[in-house]
Design a protein around this ligand. Sequence first.
Ligand SMILES: [Zn+2]
Length: 363
Amino acid sequence: MSRVVPRCWRSGSLLALLCSGAAGAAAADVPQFVFEAYPSDVLASKQLYHQNLAAAGSAVQNVPFYLLVPQLQRWVPGQVVRVAFNGGSKDLHQRIAGVANRWITETGINLRFSFTDNAGNFRTWTTDDAVYAAEVRIAFYTDARGGNWSHVGTDSTNVNLVGGLAGQASMNLGGFDRQLPIGWEGTVLHEFGHALGFEHEHQSPAGGCDFRFEDDPGYVATTDAAGWYTVDAQGRRPGLYTYLGGYSNRWPREKVDSNLKVLPVSSAFLVGAFDKNSIMKYQFPAFFFKAEGQSPCFTPNDNRKLSAEDIAGVRKTYPPDANVAATQITERRATLTQLLNAPKASAGVRTQTEAQLKAIAAQ
Ligand SMILES: [Zn+2]
């Protein structure tokens, strides 16, 4: 999924406040945050595919749906996940690779990223590709496909999804080829966390966050000169439905829900209790939460490194121990076989399931 980042700040809240101040923010306690999300065509294809998967998944024994999807999104332990770039300099590729590889070097997991070909050159991909140059295809778009976002795990090679084809970006690091934003390392770690199969920690079914979705009682709609919703004359605050629904995010309620509410399926189930220090949690301003600065979800600074729970979670997903990995692969093969033979499996679900069984057989 996407990392929620104000455009003028991208990764750190302090600068966001400076940025909103520069843009003429009215109320200091309601700063101006511009949020990003999946491009709408990517999101629509995901929602449709998950519907098809839910229909087929009911036939799978012993694996509840909330665990089925993360299982399908994992790479196979031992797999080499290739990464290619569309644009950007060699220096940029080197920096991104260096940070992304922390997921490997700091955890000891049984998985590798491959950024270079046999000649030692960084892998590249183009929109004309009919054959996958890599499983993870990075672009630096700043148009409607812009912002920072990534498909989750093997979704990047799921032909049913926009962003899953050989000639499509599966990850975007908006504008990184022009200028690296402040806190860019945290963004790279976060997006590669998605590429490894992880969803957002702040949407974890194990915890979730006490987001303040509704307006303060009696709130009178008040906007500043630019159009941002802000506190009213009595100091009552707009809730997130109002705030994010207005200028300049313009999110309908369902988009607020899909980006902030607890996910019905989540890799967080594989990890455990809610972890506010996870690299997979965004940094939100205190006014987003009911308990404001006292919220269990509130962190004063952006998470920019892997937390202890991130490391434990990825080691559980890609076990360094060969015997544990072998058991996991056996269970997964059985799950995939049930899915392939499910009476309600759509052609798309079967295609993706077959591709994953092939990836297992290749290990
Ligand atoms: Zn994200």
